[in-house]
Ligand binder design. Structure first.
Ligand code: HEM
Length: 402
């Protein structure tokens, strides 16, 4: 492989090591961009938005796709800071602990109940891919019980991610994303209008009624923009995280007994999963001025990709980075959720989902193994990626199946 551009649906890690041999930063001709594979350098790029700006606001069509120019992804500077911090307050670890007992645990067990007594299942399609949209839809106040609607929303959110991967260069992907965005607006707007008149305790009501003052003349469009980003960011990404984590659990079966009933071990396993297979592999930045980085001069206007998936396996930062092990002293300092001003708003939420998903899976089943008669997992995706399908054979644990 010569360029990151060729990494779709194939294992990208050998390519990352090829680039690492050229240093922590190198030019990718196919991408027409700098790839940053060193841990310290990738961290620096994402911490220093003054030197490496977040470029979405400048990509033609981004406002249409992401729900409006005042969504958190497109905002810059003080305005960004204000909305980002407001959102973070509703996704703190403490809040997420509360959400877990209030509704996440129930949503997860409902998906396991739906598997019935079957012992051959695809844990990607029927479990890991569907829990995150249930959760974020329930938080926003959408009709998460409507299976057909949720399935459509997953496709629409995913279509938007496909366009993100083109950096605004692909007209067909843009048209598909714009139409998906319109469909999502049509789902969200009636709920937003209803909550304006009759607030409940969901996120859309909170955004409407407590967001006032975050930006000048805060209104319906601003609520729509944030809700669109949360729905999109909360669906696809966490699905990839959960799929990777279940994949690792089947690939490393010795962990199944070790994690059962042990929440701290499940937390550590999730962190190592995020390090080992970053669900969002790389990000996009543009240099605001000439900057020295990793022995190169990055010119003003150059595109730069911090490749967090590669940084997470930097041997200068991690001992034996190619080994999957939960016993690392620095298991939590990976870059999967980014760092700095664009730190992921939903990091604690997706961690909470991982705990419930793994804990409940192991509470119901033991000896989860690959189903030799069904399609094996493949490494699919590009910027966000994971393993799918996850066709497994499970052995129900008696106390649950009784
Ligand atoms: C494992 C799951 C997830 C991963 C790996 C992930 C990863 C990321 C990354 C890498 C960024 C930085 C984007 C950038 O630099 O341009 C980000 C931002 C963001 N994430 Fe997540 N995310 C996950 C789950 C979620 C969830 C569940 C939500 C919502 C509830 C969410 C909401 C956001 C938002 C709103 C931002 C934008 C922050 C900003 O621009 O200020 N994410 N996420």
């Amino acid at each position: 492989m010569q360029s990151l551009r060729e990494a779709r649906n194939v294992d990208p890690y050998p390519f990352f090591e090829q680039r690492r041999a050229q240093g922590p930063v190198s030019w990718d001709e196919g991408m027409q961009a700098w790839l940053v594979v060193g841990y310290d350098e990738a961290r620096f790029v994402q911490l220093r938005e003054d030197l490496f700006r977040h470029p979405y606001a400048g990509i033609a069509g981004a406002a249409d796709v992401y729900g409006g120019p005042r969504g958190v992804l497109l905002l810059q500077g003080e305005q960004h800071h204000s909305v980002h911090n407001f959102l973070l307050k509703h996704f703190t670890p403490m809040r997420v602990a509360q959400y877990r007992s209030e509704f996440i645990a129930d949503l997860v067990s409902r998906r396991l109940d739906a598997l019935g007594g079957r012992t051959n299942v695809d844990l990607a399609a029927e479990y890991a891919s569907v829990v995150p949209s249930d959760v974020i839809a329930a938080m926003l106040g959408l009709d998460w019980r409507n299976e057909e609607l949720m399935a459509q929303c997953r496709v629409w959110n995913n279509t938007m991610f496909r366009w993100t991967e083109t950096f605004g260069d692909d007209d067909a992907a843009y048209e598909a994303a714009r139409s998906a965005a319109q469909n999502l607006n049509d789902v969200l707007l009636p709920v937003i209008r209803e909550r304006r008149e009759h607030p409940k305790d969901d996120l859309i009501s909170i955004l409407y009624h407590k967001g006032d003052g975050l930006l000048e003349s805060w209104g319906e469009d601003d609520v729509l923009a944030q809700a669109r980003v949360l729905f999109f960011a909360g669906t696809d990404t966490t699905g990839h995280f959960l799929k990777n984590t279940i994949y690792l659990l089947v690939e490393h079966p010795e962990y199944q007994d070790r994690l059962r009933g042990n929440e701290q071990a499940i937390v550590d396993f999730g962190e190592e999963s995020l390090r080992f297979f970053a669900p969002v592999q790389f990000r996009i930045r543009v240099a605001t001025q000439d900057v020295e980085l990793g022995g190169h001069t990055i010119r003003e206007g150059d595109r730069v990709h911090p490749v967090n998936a590669a940084a997470n396996r930097d041997p200068h930062h991690y001992g034996q980075p190619e080994d999957f092990t939960v016993d690392r002293p620095n298991v939590k300092d990976h870059l999967a959720f980014n760092v700095g001003p664009r730190y992921c708003v939903g990091a604690a939420l997706s961690r909470g989902e991982e705990i419930e998903v793994v804990a409940q899976l192991l509470d119901r089943y033991r000896n989860i193994t690959w189903d030799a008669d069904a399609d094996p997992p493949t490494n699919y995706g590009y910027m966000p990626r994971s393993f799918s399908p996850l066709n497994v054979v499970v052995e129900p644990i008696a106390h649950r199946s009784a």
